[in-house]
Design a protein around this ligand. Structure first.
Ligand code: FES
Length: 378
């Protein structure tokens, strides 16, 4: 029965006529209604099961297998390859340095092989078809919706995927493992045990924590790593601010240690000298964290971790340029504007016998954006 016959010699078919049509007739009707003209349609392998067809199928499956294996290697690399920092002169540095290349290469190969497999499948096993369609405007009515579904079903049938078990299994494995890898990569970094390592865990301390009886000085960055510029109170004008980093005498001459101390994301601190006579409200329990008019606050914004680089001496506001959070240096660096909800942690400081600023201890609360163990201290 031709479509023309089914519609009674022209026009759009009624619901009853649609009900009586086979999926193939509906698919053909969809093409006619959409003014699609199939110029050419020929299956790649008119006789199913030939050796040429099997060869084509195996070559497509090979790419899906490569993708699946690469995805698996990515997951294993992401989970188990040594990724903790190892210094260049330490054993295990070579393996550590390969972490990023390993997960980058396996992930890239998984995506590439999956893409090649899909393209190969279309090129080698899809029927050759050339269609021409006229564009038309307006929303779809019931006839269009039902015929399009039938057309999609017919197209699915044309792909011959239903009878290709090898392709189904390898494609399923590749897509499944790739999806699993994506899920692990997205969720893996969110899973972290803050108690692992006890008091030494990275989330609990910063480079400002003194080990034993060593002194941790405040130094500025002169641009030359080996040039150690420690700070004395007289180095700063009233109403000024300096960015400072931790320094230990044991690090002097050791470029790597110096670099590490300065590059640590939780290391930067703003050392602020308020103008004399400025009224300050100190947080209970932190009455001796400052040294006279000198206050040291973490530079890492408690909103999303940007550097709070700006200090406005006129009103003692510390500004974060990322989302405009503002903190009041005279009110324990409490946020007074913007999205940040917590104060900047204050570093306890004093001056040693030689007149240099030193840290009296590490911060007493986590630095940067809050995590689940941060206690409210105000
Ligand atoms: S990171 Fe500072 S306001 Fe958003």
């Amino acid at each position: 029965m031709s479509t023309t016959e089914s519609t009674g010699g022209g026009g759009r078919p009624t619901s009853e006529e649609l009900d009586r049509m086979t999926p193939e007739q509906l698919a053909r009707l969809a093409g006619e209604l959409d003014e699609v003209e199939v110029v050419h349609n020929a299956p790649k392998f008119p006789i199913p099961g030939t050796r040429a067809e099997k060869r084509a199928e195996r070559s497509v499956a090979l790419w899906f297998v490569i993708s699946a294996l690469s995805g698996l290697a990515f997951i294993l690399g992401f989970l188990f390859w040594p990724h903790e920092y190892v210094a260049p002169d330490q054993p295990g540095y070579f393996e550590y340095s390969l972490y990023t290349p390993v997960i980058g290469f396996t992930f890239g190969l998984a995506v590439l092989a999956l893409g090649i497999a899909v393209i190969q499948y279309v090129k080698k096993l899809f029927p050759d078809e050339v269609s021409v369609q006229q564009r038309h405007d307006g929303s779809s009515d019931e006839v269009d919706r039902r015929t399009v579904m039938a057309q999609l079903a017919a197209a699915g049938k044309d792909t011959t995927i239903g009878r290709r078990k090898l392709i189904q299994r390898t494609a399923g494995a590749a897509a499944g493992i790739f999806g699993l890898g994506l899920g692990i990569a997205a969720l893996g970094p969110l899973v972290r045990n803050p108690w692992k390592g006890g008091d030494d865990a990275a989330l609990w301390h910063t480079g400002w924590r003194p080990e034993g009886d060593e002194t941790v000085y405040l130094r500025t960055d002169t641009g030359i790593l080996s040039e150690i510029a420690r700070i004395r109170p007289e180095d700063m004008e009233p109403g000024s601010m300096q960015t400072v980093f931790p320094f230990r005498e044991a690090e002097r001459g050791n470029e790597e240690e110096l670099l590490h101390a300065q590059r640590a994301s939780d290391a930067p601190v703003m050392l602020i000298r308020l103008r004399p006579g400025t009224q300050v409200n100190v947080r209970p329990g932190q009455e001796d964290f400052n040294y006279g008019d000198y206050y040291a606050y973490s530079k890492v914004c408690t909103h999303l971790g940007c550097p709070t680089s700006l200090y406005q001496a006129q009103d003692n506001r510390i500004l974060c340029p990322c989302h405009q959070s503002q903190f009041l240096a005279t009110e324990n660096a409490e946020p007074v504007f913007g999205p940040a909800a917590r104060p900047l942690p204050q570093l306890p400081i004093t001056v040693d016998a030689q007149g240099y600023f030193v840290a009296r201890s590490d911060f007493i609360e986590p630095v940067g954006p809050g995590f689940w163990e941060r206690k409210k201290t105000t």
